[in-house]
Write a protein that binds this ligand. Structure first.
Ligand code: PEP
Length: 252
């Protein structure tokens, strides 16, 4: 079974609600014709409602950048899965390296968020990836394996239908350095092999694995043509409508 490509934009901490709405409307118009792959954008919590409204009935889905694992209560500053769904989200990113690096996210908290997202019936983009020192120390596979096993602890095979993995080498995020298509393909194949060993061949073949890390209009086609690269998680270039459009159109 061929996997359908999936390109998602992570808008990070950018855009006011009015600016986010304007970008969403422009993307809606630019991407109206082509439906070869799935597309989502992930604005800040504050902009989710405005973007969901602007994209209602379009081919572009809306995602959050994180969620908290409790449903409601005295957790100042947090947002839960059911709240995201009510605001118009179909997806959430979990375990982005910026969350791990700046907000003390661990494999255990990634797992708690992932289980909460499943409970809320959200689809998930779960990020893994090594730092520059880890790559230079030849421990990329060890790191990715640990992150993956941590994130997916306690999941049943059928729950992986709601999951997309994103391989995002930390050294390539926002740096302009991109993993070569060969480097990315190698790690994607490794990840698929881990999923195959734990959850079986059918689950592994159906699982989408995005690449993320300085994906741009001019390198997307080469990356996305590799057999185990099923789309992209795009940061910086997703804030420019024409660039994101070009990346979506480069997807197989
Ligand atoms: C990201 O933050 O997920 C990302 C891949 O960022 P960038 O495309 O800017 O490297």
């Amino acid at each position: 079974m061929a996997r359908r490509s999936f390109v998602a934009g992570n808008w990070k901490m950018n855009k006011t609600p009015a600016e986010a709405r304007a970008l969403a409307l422009e993307l809606r118009q630019r991407l109206a014709g082509s439906a070869k792959c799935d597309v989502a954008v992930c604005p800040t919590y504050l902009c989710i409602a405005a973007v969901a409204e602007a994209l209602r009935g379009s081919r572009i889905a809306v995602g959050a950048q994180n969620l908290y694992w409790m449903k409601s209560g005295a957790y100042t500053g947090e947002v839960s899965g059911p709240m995201l769904v009510a605001a118009g989200c179909q997806y959430t990113i979990i375990g982005h390296s910026e969350r791990r690096q700046y907000f003390a996210e661990t494999d255990e908290t990634v797992n708690k968020r992932l289980l909460a997202a499943l409970d809320a019936k959200l689809q998930i983009i779960c990020c893994v990836g090594e730092t520059k020192d880890e790559r230079l120390g030849n421990v990329t596979e060890q790191v990715v394996k640990r992150q993956l096993e941590g994130a997916l602890a306690g999941l049943k095979a059928e729950q992986l239908a709601a999951l997309t993995l994103a391989y995002e080498p930390v050294w390539a995020i926002g740096t302009g350095l991109t993993a070569t298509p060969q480097q990315a393909q190698e790690v994607h194949a490794f990840i698929r092999g881990l999923v195959r060993a734990k959850f079986g061949a059918a689950v592994a073949e159906a699982l989408r694995i995005q690449y993320g890390g300085s994906v741009k209009a001019d390198n997307a086609k080469d990356l996305l043509s590799r057999p185990d690269i099923d789309g992209a998680l795009v940061g910086g270039a997703s804030l420019v409508a024409g660039d994101f459009e070009a990346i979506v159109k480069a997807a197989k």
